[in-house]
Design a binder for this molecule. Sequence first.
Ligand code: CS2
Length: 448
Amino acid sequence: MPTGSDLPRLMRRHPAPPVRMVHLGPGAFFRSFVAPMTEEAGGWGIMAVALASGRAREELGPQGGVYTAVELGPEGPVDRLVEVVAGVLVAAEEPGAVLAAMADPGVRVVTLTVTEKGYRPDPGDMDSPRSAAGWIVAALARRRATGVAPFTVLSCDNLAGNGHVIRDAVLGLARARDAGLADWIAAEGAFPCSMVDRITPAMTEADRAALAERTGVRDAGAVQHEPFAQWVIEDRFVGGARPAWETAGAQMVGDVAPFEAMKLRCLNGAHSALAYLGWLAGHGTVAEAAGDPVFAGYLRRLWAAEVGPSLTPPAGVSVPEYCDALLERFRNPAIRHQLRQIATDGSQKLPPRLLAPIRKRLAAGRPVPCLSLAVAGWMAHLSTDLLQDPMADRLRAVAGDPEAILRVAEVFDPALAGTPAFRTTILDAVDTLTRDGARAAVARLAQE
Ligand code: CS2
């Protein structure tokens, strides 16, 4: 397959707006969601910062930060040039430039997409910054020392209470360094929560080649995404300074939590269930699995009987309608979203997606066979060579032993893992899955 390597490289046509925002973690989700929405809001250029990997700089640097975001619409792909990224830095290699960018008084917002595992503290942070929180603390210390107000930190990852999680990490690190710094950040800073949603399947070589064919240029930084996008942002920014994201369709609200729980449990929970059970049943993509009537029936029951009743939906939102729309999004044949991409990092994803609704329903004395089967699917996944997880070594050591897996406290809160109802439902699901295989086990739960 030709990759277009003989073609000229994509070039910038218009200058980026002045840099007013720094983004940590310029991977595919940033490029398909945060950057285009910020560009649409107008007036805010972005300095992209990769923490350690040089990949984003290799992909975007030679193109002056410009790339194509391909929308996989019903009538075929729509190619959009995104020119809002002014440059790409790699923190591990250019610490001075990164700190200078983050400490610049013109920069008012730092957004981040560093995935769930990016919120874990790095023991090395005490010596020199390594994690996202480490860089944020170092930059805020510099701002305080130079009399500059803090920037707002806006997490754009799929975590429950993502603003609180990054705030706790930042304040914890800051306090270990200087209590005055921590107090200043707590009083003057802001860490709003946000719910982000846009399905962004990884680009393949074939996708890149097709794009090169359409455009006549080579684009190493291109991404692709579904047409749908939803961004719900808690409107609490230092000095009120932020891009006018509402003009790009974002919802600015007082409380993100109900949106976040609904999205994490309905969309991401179903994704994880398909990633483990669908793959075990021989499916490769979300669209294949969701197009299998047995899996569609399983999802309907998962949503209607287990996940939906665990939620307090946002005012005016119908969870059944939200889930019907999800099934349509999952079935979009233009989106080849690999189940093995979603299966990664399960130790980080299970608690908010599957275990939170299980806890809620068990507390109400209600059964959770669909959610339990998804957890059993993840347990089976630990024994496959697909396993990619920040805790892979520990998980591999307990794979095949459900009792031992339940004792991994970073995944299974001991208070939950110790309740008989939880142990019984999970161990029953493991038995069913082992005895019947994934497709038959799913079929038994499927709703017409
Ligand atoms: C997926 C998400 O990879 C995964 O774990 O569940 O990336 C999902 O596609 C997005 O959150 C959709 O907004």
